[in-house]
Design a protein around this ligand. Structure first.
Ligand code: HEM
Length: 392
């Protein structure tokens, strides 16, 4: 049975995921004590089934991850209706298509600035640290209303927090993650109090107003939601971009396509990046009543995981599913999830990537990757720590 901690599996999980799909139905993972839904139809059903919910446990201080869990347990992602419906409707307004489309000029300006800096530096640069990461961080920070002068704090906090997803995190990394979660929460709380005094045209001000006005949003929910938005708002985008770039470089015909017509294929390329090597692989749900997925009974209290990266390689849904095809269309991948927790930031992530991807190749048509990209040692959050490239 697949071992999610095995470093070879983390390096290339796709053969093991293919074996799981070959069972044709969800399978029981004895060690983890949960079902794995690897086929597209099953993984999709897990996310849409109303008897399967996100149950976030435990919230008690005795738990080692108390500060961390406590922070997450009140966010949109880890809530279920009716709380989820209330939180989602408050935040969704900020992420509607019109508001996101209005960010286009800002995203283009930021992209050009980053490319100018890379060009000025000349020679080699890190696709992750110098390009893929700063853009979504700057965009989400501006949307939330974090002051520019504090931007340097955000990435380190977020990076420290995601260390909890490592395979066997060290004591030092655990301590870093917890410290960052606490500092980040205190920081957002401080900003919220400031914005109540002096509101601005940003999401924290808007949510702080709702918090003060009534019962709709508690202070803790606001903090948890802002922290989630900052993390979700860039970790997956960065990883999706990095995974896609490396995969395209490993498929030279696709790399040449990107070099020769970056603007023409930008939109389909972004979708294929997210399908071919998904940045998020593992989302579990718990049965709140007896139910069934793919003909397998899931009893109340049992867990089942939606394996998004496996679903996206399902040979029953995608022709030549193990081949990267940047012009693939239609592309019904479930990289952004499905059902009530479907990614709220999908339109923003798509807009950012569909601008930054072609602009990278327009500016550096002879771009080349150098050395071996460094993978993060996590299965669930799949990405690279560093991807070095040469502008030539
Ligand atoms: C390529 C980039 C991204 C990917 C692949 C991605 C993927 C996902 C997935 C799979 C979920 C569902 C999780 C579940 O069902 O348990 C999700 C939820 C969410 N995402 Fe994203 N995401 C991306 C970018 C973003 C961005 C840019 C934002 C915000 C600025 C964002 C905000 C959220 C939020 C708030 C949720 C929770 C929604 C809810 O629970 O109702 N995401 N995302």
């Amino acid at each position: 049975m697949i071992d999610f901690k095995d470093l070879h599996t983390i390096e290339n999980p796709y053969p093991a995921l293919k074996e799981l799909r070959a069972f044709g139905k969800p399978v029981w993972h004895e060690e983890l004590q949960l079902f794995l839904a690897a086929k597209h139809s099953d993984a999709n059903d897990v996310l849409r089934n109303k008897s399967l919910g996100r149950i976030f446990l435990p919230k008690t201080p005795e738990n080692e991850w108390f500060e961390f869990n406590y922070l997450h347990a009140d966010s949109i992602l880890d809530s279920e209706p009716p709380k989820h419906t209330r939180l989602r409707s408050l935040v969704a307004k900020a992420f509607n298509r019109q508001r996101i489309e209005a960010l286009r000029p800002d995203i283009e300006r930021l992209t050009h600035q980053l490319l100018d800096d890379i060009e000025a530096k000349g020679g080699e640069f890190d696709v992750i640290a110098d390009y893929a990461e700063p853009l979504p961080v700057k965009v989400i920070a501006a949307l939330l209303g974090f002051p520019d002068s504090d931007e340097h704090l955000l990435r380190p906090w977020s990076q420290a927090i995601v260390k909890m997803y490592e395979v066997n995190p060290s004591e030092a990394h655990k301590a870093e993650a917890k410290k960052a979660a606490k500092e980040f929460a205190d920081y957002v709380h401080g900003l919220m109090l400031e914005r109540l005094e002096k509101p601005g045209d940003d999401l924290i001000s808007e949510l702080a107003r709702v918090t003060e006005a009534g019962e709709k949003l508690s202070t803790h929910e606001l903090i948890a939601t802002c922290v989630l938005l900052l993390n979700a708002g860039h970790e997956a985008s960065v990883n999706g971009f990095g995974n896609g770039i490396v995969a395209a470089f490993q498929h030279l015909d696709q790399w040449k396509l990107l070099q020769s017509q970056p603007d023409a294929i930008a939109e389909t390329a972004v979708e294929e990046f997210l399908r071919f090597d998904a940045p998020l692989h593992f989302f579990d749900r718990t049965a709140t009543s007896d139910t069934e997925i793919g003909g397998v009974a899931i009893k109340e209290g049992q867990k089942i995981v939606s394996l998004l990266g496996s679903a996206n390689r399902d040979e029953d849904v995608f022709v030549n599913s193990d081949q990267m095809d940047l012009t693939r269309n239609p592309n019904p991948h479930i990289g952004f999830g499905a059902g009530i927790h479907f990614c709220l930031g999908g339109p923003l992530a798509r807009l950012e990537m569909s601008i930054s991807l072609p602009e990278l190749f327009n500016r550096f048509p002879n771009l080349e990757l150098v050395g071996t990209p460094v993978r993060r040692p996590t299965f669930s959050l799949r990405g690279y720590e560093s991807v070095m490239a040469r502008t030539n």
